[in-house]
Design a protein around this ligand. Sequence first.
Ligand SMILES: Nc1ncnc2c1ncn2[C@@H]1O[C@H](COP(=O)(O)OP(=O)(O)O)[C@@H](O)[C@H]1O
Ligand SMILES: [Mg+2]
Length: 248
Amino acid sequence: MLLKVENLSVYYDRALILDHINLQVGHGELVGLVGPNGAGKTTLLRAVSGMINVEKKDLKFSGSMVRTLGKISFQGESIDSMLSYEIARKGLIHCPERHRPFAGMSVLDNLMAGAFLCRDKREIKKRLDNVYSLFPRLKEREKQTSGTLSGGEQQMLAIGRSLMLKPILLCIDEPSLGLAPQVKRSVFENIREIQKQGISILLVEQDVRQSFALSDRNYILSSGRIAAEGSSAKLLEDETIRTSYLGL
Ligand SMILES: Nc1ncnc2c1ncn2[C@@H]1O[C@H](COP(=O)(O)OP(=O)(O)O)[C@@H](O)[C@H]1O
Ligand SMILES: [Mg+2]
């Protein structure tokens, strides 16, 4: 297994936000994580990428005291007490929710900022070429100030910047949020392409249909617990799951 989350619980102050979560992502897999607003999806990604973690017992996060329990391993190595940049260096990259590039910086400078963990110029050039081949639009707008990009282009840039870190596992939080249907579709196409390059993906989405069309396997998170897991076909077959959790 590439990513293994065992009995992960997270408290914000005294509120239990994640309750004994068990989740895995295999090599090359695209795993969907769906669930309503407030279910704990973002919290789960934050725990995995080391933004809130097990050793930092007295960590404050947006004003709340965070307590994290459980085990997280990546490529067989325990990462649950590592700092987020150490985890990123191992190849586990988190593309956060509502992630906006630095508005005053050009597209190119934003992408180069994403390569901050790498010193090898040829390698950086290779990564940049790859981002531009996935997102030709970003190449066209290379010199443009990022704040002038459309919502869809900014999402492309956010994903592009994550790719500059050369992920082995890319955790993407709600990439389609707020985008028009057509733009959404192209972002999902991009994600499929990224998986084809051999990058494993943990995809958080509220758009269940699109996410299920893409994923190899899914977890449904509801009020901090895994309510169900399995292939899209299996989950969609179950009437109770469809109506109670997926709103379909
Ligand atoms: N910094 C915080 N302090 C206190 N509660 C928080 C904080 N961040 C999130 N929460 C609460 O944790 C729960 C899960 O939030 P979140 O992980 O953002 O869910 P999702 O991404 O599924 O919408 C929600 O009830 C939310 O109000
Ligand atoms: Mg969220």
